[in-house]
Design a protein around this ligand. Structure first.
Ligand SMILES: NC(=O)c1ccc[n+]([C@@H]2O[C@H](COP(=O)([O-])OP(=O)(O)OC[C@H]3O[C@@H](n4cnc5c(N)ncnc54)[C@H](OP(=O)(O)O)[C@@H]3O)[C@@H](O)[C@H]2O)c1
Length: 357
């Protein structure tokens, strides 16, 4: 017998359990039942890509004495607990989520065949796990080096939730990693002009490398792209990319030292645009102090505090435009994947980092 589907709200408000009246992202708890409404898509989940700030925060709860297996078990238990309590992977400490990889199991009739997708297609969701109804039946493997977790479970995508079918030419884990941060390079393209000086903080990370690559394409030979990496490992990735005019190392929580390094690397001047791609809190002031008056700071990092940025800029009399990194931009998934295809070094770095088990 054909099943009757109840109508659903395009924004998924019918799934909000607590508190009533808010949208799913703001909700403490949502209904993660796999019974879908007429405008939802049911997904069999294979892997979660946990937001970098969230993963780092969860890992910080590990005892340094723990071996890898114990750390994996710890992360698995924290993720399971959050999802059981909230019906979604919404880290209460960072407020962030991530996204997922899975196969379409069922379409509600109103969204049947959306984006040309079919039942059985492998997709990445392009909407945060912090609002995606998620039920985990089993955690199979935690990948500490990739911020990814292999799971068995189900998730639900609302009518307004974008997704991308996994391209056949790029690996699925690589696609998952790239699509998680697809908004950053696209918005960098919009911000940077030929001749600009651009600073990328967290430049050896996933979004950082992509931003450095596109910033150099846009700024051109007359521009100057400065990448600040943190550990030796991420510095080496940034050097291997070969797109930054200047590679610096440092701790972006030290605002004054960072400003001194960056201005020295930029002919004694502050930069036109700063892109913040770090995965830890406390780097708002380095971003602001490195940017010239009338310049722009783009906070892609989920560890950014609105209060620290707004009051901090006021406190030092910095007349800079502070931009919140919207995770979504029209066409972002396609453009981010295209960037990886056309930039052989970026692709090689990401393949080394994310391909395989
Ligand atoms: N706006 C959005 O919609 C959206 C979507 C997805 C992700 N995000 C956020 O974007 C940020 C970057 O994500 P990602 O996936 O690119 O993360 P990632 O690959 O983990 O990169 C983060 C980078 O930050 C660097 N870092 C850590 N501590 C630092 C310090 N004290 N000083 C300078 N750099 C430091 C790390 O360097 P080391 O590894 O060398 O320590 C790492 O390379 C995260 O905050 C994430 O939550 C935002």
């Amino acid at each position: 017998m054909k099943r009757e589907y109840k109508p659903g709200c395009p924004y998924g408000t019918h799934r909000v359990l607590k508190p009533q009246g808010v949208l799913p992202q703001a909700a403490w708890r949502i209904d993660n039942s796999p019974e879908i409404r007429d405008n939802e898509i049911l997904i069999d989940v294979e892997a979660l890509n946990i937001d970098a700030a969230s993963f780092k925060e969860i890992l910080s709860g590990c005892n340094p004495e723990m071996d890898e297996a114990a750390k994996e078990q710890y992360v698995a238990s924290v993720v399971m607990d959050i999802v059981e309590r909230r019906g979604k992977m919404h880290n209460p400490a960072t407020g962030s989520g991530g996204m997922l990889l899975g196969r379409i199991r069922e379409f509600g009739p109103k969204v049947y065949g959306k984006e040309g997708a079919r039942v059985g297609d492998r997709i990445c969701t392009l909407v945060s796990l912090s609002l995606t109804p998620l039920k985990i039946d089993k955690i199979k493997k935690v990948h500490l080096d990739k911020d990814q977790i292999d799971v068995e479970g189900t998730a639900v995508l609302f009518e307004t939730g974008p997704f991308a079918v996994i391209p056949p030419d790029l690996g699925e884990k690589l696609s998952l990693a790239v699509l998680d941060v697809a908004g950053a390079p696209v918005q960098t393209v919009r911000l940077v002009k030929a001749g600009d000086s651009v600073l990328v903080l967290g430049a050896g990370g996933k979004s950082g490398l992509m931003c450095v690559a596109v910033a150099k394409e846009k700024a051109g030979p007359a521009g100057r792209v400065i990448g600040l990496a943190h550990s030796d490992t991420s510095r080496k990735r940034l050097e291997r990319l070969g797109a930054a005019d200047v590679v610096l190392s440092g701790d972006a929580r030290d605002a004054i030292a960072t400003m001194e390094k960056v201005t020295a690397a930029n002919g004694g001047k502050k930069v036109d645009i700063t892109i913040n791609c770090v995965n830890i809190p406390g780097t708002e002031m380095a971003s602001i102090l490195c940017t010239k008056d009338g310049g722009k700071v783009y906070f892609f990092s989920m560890a950014t505090s609105f209060t620290a940025a707004a009051l901090g800029a006021e406190g030092v009399g910095a007349d800079v435009e502070l931009i919140i990194g919207n995770g979504y931009a029209r066409g972002h998934a396609k453009q981010a994947l295209e960037l990886v295809r056309r930039n052989a070094r970026l692709r090689e770095i990401f393949e080394g980092q994310f391909q395989g088990n």
